[in-house]
Design a protein around this ligand. Structure first.
Ligand code: MLT
Length: 253
C-alpha cells in the first residue's frame, strides 16, 4: 500500500485503533472517537478498497491487517490496542496472529474466530455480484435491519443504512470476497497472549453471542462482556455500556 489508510484521531495516551465492520466506514466509531478520546489516543480507520473497480479481487483479512500495521508505522506507533467489530474483529484477529509484538491489547466485538461454511461463501459471492450489478443501496437495505435490534431508534437504523449505501460497489465486493477466504482461527486463539476483551450483545443476530463465548473459552485470561438490549453494532446501539467496558479494560492494561 503506497498511501496509508485514511483515519480520524482524537485524544492522547494509549493508542486505541478501531477497525470497522462490513460494509461500514470509520463513521461507525463516531461515539467512541468522541468519548473514549478522554481516555486514549483513539484512531478510527477506513479500510481500503480494491485497486480495480471493474474486476475487484478479494481483499483478505491479512491484507487489511498489513494496512493497519503500515498505518501504525506511518503514525510512529510501535504498539496499540487493536479493536475491531465483526469484520473488523476478523481483521483484529489476523493482526494479532501476524503481528503479536505490536499489540498492547485486543478488543474483539460482535465477532467470531471461525471461517465461513460453503453456504456462507456462496452468500458472499451473491452479495459481491449484487453490489456490482445493482449497487450498494440494495445491500444496505437488506443488511441494515440486522445491525441493531428492532427497538433501536429509527434514525440510528437510517444512518447505518446510509453509511452502508455510500460504500463503493467494488469495495463491498472485494471485502465480501475477502471474508469468504478467511481461515478458521479457532485453533490458534490459545496462542494470543495479550490482554483481550471480548464484547458481544444479547440481541446480536448477525454474529450470535455463542460465537463470543466460544472465543472466550479458547482464550485463557480473556474477559467477556455481554451488553444487554443491543444488537450487532453494540458500539452504536449501547455506546455507554460499550465505552464503559473498553474504558475499564484500558485502565487495567
Ligand atoms: C459485519 O458487520 O462486519 C458483518 O456482519 C460480518 C460478516 O458478514 O461476517
Amino acid at each position: 500500500m503506497e498511501t496509508p489508510l485514511p483515519y480520524s484521531a482524537a485524544g492522547q495516551g494509549i493508542p486505541l485503533l478501531l477497525i470497522h465492520g462490513f460494509p461500514h466506514d470509520r463513521s461507525a466509531w463516531a461515539p467512541q472517537l468522541e468519548r473514549l478520546s478522554e481516555h486514549a489516543h483513539v484512531i478510527a480507520v477506513d479500510l481500503r478498497g480494491p485497486a480495480s473497480r471493474s474486476t475487484p479481487a478479494a481483499i483478505t483479512m491479512e491484507m487489511h491487517a498489513r494496512d493497519v500495521a503500515a498505518l501504525m508505522d506511518h503514525l510512529g506507533l510501535e504498539r496499540a490496542v487493536i479493536c475491531g467489530l465483526s469484520m473488523g474483529g476478523y481483521i483484529a484477529l489476523a493482526f494479532a496472529l501476524a503481528h503479536p509484538e505490536r499489540l498492547r491489547g485486543l478488543v474483539l466485538c460482535n465477532t467470531r474466530a471461525g471461517a465461513d461454511d460453503a453456504q456462507a461463501r456462496e452468500g458472499r459471492e451473491e452479495v459481491a455480484q449484487r453490489a456490482l450489478k445493482e449497487g450498494t443501496a440494495v445491500i444496505a437495505r437488506g443488511m441494515a435491519p440486522k445491525m441493531v435490534t428492532p427497538a433501536a431508534p429509527v434514525e440510528l437504523r437510517r444512518s447505518i443504512e446510509a453509511m452502508m449505501a455510500r460504500q463503493q460497489p467494488a469495495t463491498v465486493a472485494a471485502w465480501a470476497r475477502g471474508m469468504a477466504l478467511r481461515a478458521d482461527q479457532r485453533g490458534r486463539l490459545g496462542s494470543i497472549e495479550v490482554p483481550t476483551l471480548i464484547i458481544t450483545s444479547d440481541g446480536d443476530e448477525a454474529v450470535p453471542p455463542a460465537d463470543s463465548t466460544e472465543m472466550h473459552r479458547a482464550m485463557p485470561g480473556s474477559e467477556l462482556v455481554v451488553i444487554p438490549g443491543a444488537g450487532h453494532m453494540s458500539n452504536l446501539e449501547a455506546p455507554e455500556a460499550f465505552d464503559r467496558a473498553v474504558k475499564t479494560f484500558l485502565r487495567g492494561l
